[in-house]
Design a protein around this ligand. Structure first.
Ligand code: PLP
Length: 426
């Protein structure tokens, strides 16, 4: 499928049925797989042969869908996980263990921030947070001898900052470590971080990829470009024998193209079991088949809503990188020339009370802890996800009390704007 455009890959990459085989990806609803001899199965356990033996590690339905996501991102290998959280955890933990350190953008999803700052810390992994627009010199200072990876989000949820991917990649490579990019918000339709130097790409497929609020899921894609052996001392897990697999060395056996995902499947999926159900993988693929049709509409609606809100007298400030006045406009022009996503955030004059009143009046946009859905939804962080913070703490976190995050769906933009207009009349 390599020579086809991304629109065609969204529809047909990953699964190519043979003569007389089902046109749609089959849901292999089976925990286990049958073999004629113990010897046949033994080869799978030794990673001497490829195949399936237990759905806690791998399932054919998932692999068809993962192959499509790899094709969309321009990677060499991919795997699905049970959630975006599992994807980011695996992507980091696959190369960074107790005693390791990572450099991460400070502007990332709250769940990932907590994973890194609290849970990974308990596992002995430390972090230095830096600005998403850090300069090369600022990034340089964040590295330590034990740094194993750099992490950031193309467009951060919910801050909507745009990461300077090239600068981040340059810094990571200078220090001999890979750049991991969470590309959930733009999706590969609007940005392919590997083309800008990222080595590993992660997704919460729960968002635009699924696109219909149907299934929680995640994905990890390897670019196949990082030269692990050139930094062998930093990555013993990939470059020295694995005792739990009869002494195979992942990079030697699977090359740079396959080592990362094979190790991640063989060790982390085996031990943690965060597999996506084949049913959810099937639903995810239905979403992917229209991703290239849906993303431009999400962007069109996001842009129209952002422009409307930016001229409204009750609105203090609008964050959307498609607005010329936005701090991230220039970076967005470079990394997201077709637009970023449908998520807009804005501050209503009158703080928490005004935000609550406004949201109560909305008729099309539902109040939900969700984004990137076909149906428009909204959330006020100060009264929901961040309600434990005081007004002062909210300001420090960059979340004004009157901030609303609106995820523009696929409805008609005229109706969405009219809904906002009537809800602001109080
Ligand atoms: C939602 C989200 C996650 C977490 O994904 P889940 O599927 O909810 O586990 C990670 N990163 C980003 C950018 C997200 O928006």
């Amino acid at each position: 499928m390599d020579n086809y455009k991304i629109n065609t890959k969204c529809v047909q990459a990953g699964y190519r049925p043979g003569n007389g085989e089902p046109r749609q990806i089959p849901i292999i609803q089976s925990t286990t797989f049958k073999y004629d001899t113990s010897e046949d199965m033994g080869k799978l356990f030794d990673l001497q042969a490829t195949g399936y033996f237990y759905t806690r590690l791998q399932n054919p339905t998932n692999d068809f869908v993962a192959a499509k996501i790899a094709a969309l991102e321009g990677g060499t290998a991919a795997m699905l996980t049970s959630s975006g959280q599992a994807a980011n955890f695996f992507a980091i933990f696959n190369i960074c263990e107790n005693g390791g350190h990572i450099v991460a953008s400070s502007s990332i999803y709250g769940g990932t921030f907590n994973l890194i700052a609290v849970t990974l810390k308990k596992m002995g992994i430390s972090v230095t947070f830096v600005s998403p627009t850090a300069t090369e010199e600022e990034l340089d200072k964040a590295f330590q001898e034990n740094t194993k990876a750099v992490f950031g989000e193309t467009i951060a949820n919910p801050a909507l900052t745009v990461l300077d991917i090239e600068t981040y990649a340059k810094a990571a490579h200078k220090h001999g470590v890979p750049l991991i990019i969470d590309n959930t918000f733009p999706t590969p339709v609007n940005c392919r971080p590997i083309e800008w130097g990222a080595d590993i790409v992660t997704h919460s497929t729960t968002k635009y990829m699924d696109g219909h609020g149907a299934g929680v899921g995640g994905a990890i894609v390897d670019s196949g470009k990082f030269d692990w052996m050139a930094h062998k001392d930093k990555f013993p897990g990939l470059c020295t024998p694995d005792d739990s697999y009869h002494g195979i060395t992942y990079v030697e056996q699977f090359g740079n193209a396959g080592a990362f995902i094979t190790k991640c499947t063989a060790q982390l999926m085996r031990d943690f079991g965060c597999i996506q159900s084949p049913q959810n993988a099937f639903l995810l693929n239905l979403g992917l088949e229209s991703l290239h049709v849906r993303m431009p509409r999400h962007v069109e609606n996001g842009q129209a809503v952002a422009e409307f809100l930016s001229t409204h007298p009750k609105i203090e400030k609008v964050n959307y990188s498609g607005l010329k006045t936005d701090k991230y406009y220039t970076l967005a022009q470079k990394y997201l020339p077709q637009g970023g996503c449908g998520v807009v955030s804005f501050e209503i004059k009158g703080g928490r009370k005004a935000a609550e009143e406004f949201m109560k009046r909305l008729k099309l946009a539902a109040i939900e802890t969700h984004v990137a859905d076909a149906r428009t939804c909204c959330l006020c962080p100060s009264t929901s996800t961040h309600r434990q913070l005081t007004d002062q703490q909210l300001v420090e976190a960059g979340i004004p009390a009157g901030l609303v995050r609106l995820s523009c769906g696929l409805e008609d933009k005229v109706d969405l704007i009219n809904d906002l207009k009537q809800a602001l009349e109080f």
